[in-house]
Design a protein around this ligand. Structure first.
Ligand SMILES: [Fe+2]
Length: 248
């Protein structure tokens, strides 16, 4: 059923703020949808604050910042769990950092409790009501595009699935960059069914069991000087680890 559904002609699209928001659905649930966040400016402020002192030490040859944490819903509010939450992906799912136990600075409470962050978590889980979202894993990532690079790789592992039930990719800010086009694929080896530059304030929600995804490299905007900062700020959400994601 999925295979025949995905054969429906789907022209490649580049989404802009003015474009209609696409939804790709099976009969009983969505596989892919694009949502818009409320209160983006405040979320951008929280993101800036969160990236201070959060250099990602696992990417030695790239300039990245990252926070990671797990949130759960209590009395209508998403909150950060207090237990240690190292992040792990099996090597077969992540050819770049799979098999490595990663420990990142925890999410900041002010950020998580902000209305835009709450909205993000709620919209993500509401998109996939058939999955169990006891907890949601959250990665806040800033990828810096430095002058000496000819194109910064955003997704070193190529077209991939993350090994969860569902994921969301929220663009908080594209700051002085070009590229970083998201593509969605029916399989790892087939052309995209959708290509989209996800703009500030938009969230692409993807059924990770059904679809594959990729983000193309990004470059610095052509009209900026070398001393001007250029980066892409995103928040990745995913459901709890699938059993098959455990270390083998
Ligand atoms: Fe991914």
């Amino acid at each position: 059923m999925l295979r025949s559904f995905l054969r429906v002609p789907t022209a490649r699209k580049v989404l802009t703020k003015a474009a209609p928001l696409p939804t790709v659905s099976l009969a009983n649930h969505e596989l892919l949808s694009l949502k818009q966040l409320s209160d983006l400016e405040k979320l951008q402020g929280h993101f800036d604050a969160s990236m201070r002192d959060a250099r990602d030490v696992y990417y030695e040859d790239q300039h990245r910042y990252r926070r990671y944490g797990v949130v759960f819903r209590e009395n209508g509010l998403w909150r950060v769990v207090r237990r240690p939450t190292p992040f792990f992906q099996a090597a077969r799912l992540n050819s770049y950092l799979g098999g490595v136990v990663r420990e990142y600075p925890r999410l900041l409470d002010d950020c998580v409790l902000s209305p835009a962050f709450q909205d993000l978590c709620t919209q993500f889980t509401a998109t996939f009501p058939h999955y169990d979202f006891g907890e949601v894993h959250v990665h806040m990532i800033r990828v810096v595009c430095e002058p000496q690079t000819n194109g910064t790789v955003v997704v070193p592992e190529g077209v991939h699935q993350d090994g969860f039930d569902a994921i969301a990719m929220a663009c908080v800010r594209r700051h002085n960059i070009d590229g970083a086009k998201t593509s969605i694929h029916a399989t790892r080896d087939t052309p995209p069914i959708l290509e989209a530059v996800v703009q500030d304030g938009f969230v692409m929600c993807v059924d990770d069991k059904a679809l594959w995804h990729y983000v193309s490299p990004m470059t610095r905007a052509t009209d900026i000087a070398d001393d001007v900062d250029a980066h892409r700020d995103i928040i990745i959400l995913h459901s709890v680890h699938d059993a098959s994601n455990a270390a083998a």
